[in-house]
Write a protein that binds this ligand. Structure first.
Ligand code: G4P
Length: 194
């Protein structure tokens, strides 16, 4: 997706060889027009899959996911990283370990909002090691729902996330694939960064 690739190249800040900061349009300030376009692109890719729910994880997945859900005209459900006091009914839960942040979050969704009738499209901002996406897929499995695909905005292709998701037979679509962050520079896969 050219608009996202341009943003990553122009506004992305390389923190080190493994971390890209995208606070200007995704992780802090959000480019709403870009999120809208992302909804269009994922709809063109997954629009014939019978998606009933868009599933993401708080916090940064929510902005793109809500625009995707709007385009599909289905609810956007986000997994919470803490069990709220108001959640009294049953819930699905799984542990998601972040290698990037070196922490583990127990993530939950209410049984009220996910069932075996659902066809789930998982959306997230980054794909690094695949832990978040696999965790969301496990939540869908607990509900008996089908994961029809995984839509990622920025894939760090030098990390093992994609391979792990494909090993689990998941259909992954990434709108921007980062081949390397070496030399304080973002290099996109296929070198198509101009
Ligand atoms: P994984 O889910 O693919 O395994 O990724 P990992 O655990 O390594 O990353 C955990 C968190 O760090 C995720 O955010 C992910 O979006 C974010 N992240 C990973 N790599 C990068 C990066 O290069 N740049 C930025 N800006 N973020 C990255 P999270 O824990 O879900 O928190 P939140 O930021 O969504 O609140």
């Amino acid at each position: 997706m050219d608009a996202l690739k341009r943003k990553v190249i122009e506004d992305g800040v390389v923190i080190d060889e493994s971390i890209l900061k995208v606070d200007g349009f995704l992780n802090h300030q959000i480019d709403a027009g870009l999120m809208y376009e992302i909804g269009e692109v994922f709809h063109s890719q997954f629009g014939d899959q019978g998606v009933t729910k868009v599933l993401t994880i708080e916090a940064s997945g929510i902005a793109p996911a809500i625009m995707v859900a709007h385009r599909f005209n289905v609810p956007c459900l986000f997994a919470k990283k803490a069990k709220p006091n108001t959640l009294n009914e049953g819930h699905y839960q799984t542990d998601v370990h972040s290698f990037t942040k070196n922490n583990t979050n127990r993530v939950i969704v209410s049984t009220e909002f996910l069932s075996d009738q659902d066809k789930v499209l998982i959306i997230d901002d980054f794909l690094a090691n695949g832990e978040a996406a696999l965790g969301l897929h496990r939540l869908a499995q607990q509900a008996g729902a089908e994961t029809v695909g995984i839509g990622i905005l920025v894939e760090k292709s030098f990390q093992p996330g994609r391979a792990r998701l494909e090993e689990a037979s998941l259909n992954v679509s990434s709108l921007c694939q980062v081949a390397s962050l070496k030399g304080n520079k973002v290099t996109l896969l296929g070198d198509d960064n101009d």
